[in-house]
Design a protein around this ligand. Structure first.
Ligand code: SF4
Ligand code: SF4
Length: 373
């Protein structure tokens, strides 16, 4: 049976890197490949890769293709404005860096109870609706990370919101903190198209524990990513699935099943449920490696990398995680988990609402115990 082509967005948050810089040549190749296959949706934000994502949009996309060839989404992020008057200059700067004179979608970024209050105080929604009237934004939406009841409140107060981006993947579908299913149902109730982010949960559904990997391998189908992305794309009302691809190979893999899309069969759905149970039983830290917490940390702790080490250790119990912890992630002036001064800045930035301070204590206990002797 032939599948249909599914909308599939190029997330510009995890671009290929060479050291601290975006690998521009590989990104250009990825952009070309993606457009050649008939897709056209790009998603960035001012803070992604410390501002390098927007710049790469210009270098790799907008300088090289005419404006009608792509749809570009950008976001308004809380830490770049303090008051209403800051929003327009920031927006103009975003247009300039990206090399465009309008955004197709402008999303109120990482909305949740706290951020929503802040955005309302600064009249951020109202400003975005004005920008739409002026033609500088085609559609106003939100990206959302909180409980379904908060989403209900936002969509009730601002029915003008046109689209909602939510974290949606098979592991978070019934997760009590992320509430993918419930948030999706709120969007459906309000008739809002849904854009999916984190379909592979920041790579957690790609780098699976061995026993989970085997469950998917036994299906003799595609890659672990393919099941996660096809799961998310298979629901009604899902307008777009974003994938933050970091290599051309990942992109080619993603394109292969989105060009000719088939929703998961019942057997495949059973398999991802089994995988969910296995991952849950491993008690991994549900960090998506979005890195929103990193810039504000006064001790320069590479929080997501330390959490990844902890997860690797939980899954594989091997020395490799210790090596990475000591040599890679706490070198070059970066803090160790025990350097945390518990200021709490990171927790305010974390869309997954992780108790980072407490988790870092556990990380320190795991990796630094030998140093204490
Ligand atoms: S609480 Fe710790 S990890 Fe978080 S920002 Fe402060 S010092 Fe960094
Ligand atoms: S700890 Fe939270 S903010 Fe930091 S990378 Fe992980 S999910 Fe993102």
């Amino acid at each position: 049976m032939d599948g249909v082509k599914k909308n599939f967005g190029f997330g510009y948050m995890r671009l290929p890197m060479i050291g601290e810089d975006v690998d521009i040549e590989q990104t250009k190749k990825m952009v070309d490949t993606y457009l050649e296959q008939g897709f056209n949706y790009f998603d960035t934000a001012h803070g992604y890769i410390q501002g390098k994502s927007e710049k790469a949009i210009k270098t790799c996309l907008t300088d090289r293709y005419s404006r009608d060839k792509y749809i570009l989404t950008n976001k308004l992020t809380n830490y770049f404005f303090k008051k209403e008057e800051d929003i327009r200059p920031l927006f103009e700067q975003q247009l300039e860096i990206c090399g465009v004179d309008y955004f197709d979608y402008y999303l109120m970024h990482a909305q949740g109870a706290e951020n929503f209050k802040y955005f309302k105080q600064c009249r951020a929604y109202e400003t975005a609706f004005e920008l739409k009237k002026e033609g500088k934004v085609k559609h106003v939406g939100i990206s959302f990370h909180d409980k379904a009841e908060v989403l209900e409140q936002i969509l009730t107060e601002y029915p003008q919101v046109e689209v909602v981006q939510i974290q949606f993947n098979y592991l978070d579908y019934e997760d009590p903190a992320v509430q993918s299913r419930k948030c999706y149902e709120v969007c459906r109730k309000h008739n809002k198209p849904v854009i999916v982010m984190e379909p592979v949960k920041g790579g957690s559904l790609v780098n699976l524990p061995e026993d989970a990997k085997k469950v998917l391998e036994d299906l003799h189908g595609g890659s672990p990513a393919s099941y996660a992305i096809r799961f998310a794309a298979g629901f009604d009302g899902i307008e777009m699935v974003l994938s933050g691809m970091s290599t051309l190979e990942q992109m080619q893999d993603n394109l292969s099943y989105m060009k000719d899309f088939q929703p998961l069969s019942d057997t495949e759905l059973d398999a991802v449920h089994k995988v969910t149970e296995i991952i849950r039983s491993a008690h991994l830290i549900p960090c998506t490696a979005c890195r929103y917490c990193v810039d504000g940390c006064p001790k320069k702790i590479s929080i997501p990398d330390l959490f990844a080490c902890m997860n690797t250790k939980q899954i594989y119990h091997d020395w490799n995680a210790d090596y990475y912890y000591n040599v890679v992630h706490t070198a070059d002036g970066k803090g160790k988990a025990s350097d945390c001064i518990k200021c709490g800045k990171c927790e305010k930035a974390c869309p997954q609402h992780l108790e980072i301070r407490k988790l870092l204590e556990e990380v320190a206990a795991e990796f630094e115990k030998k140093d204490e002797k």
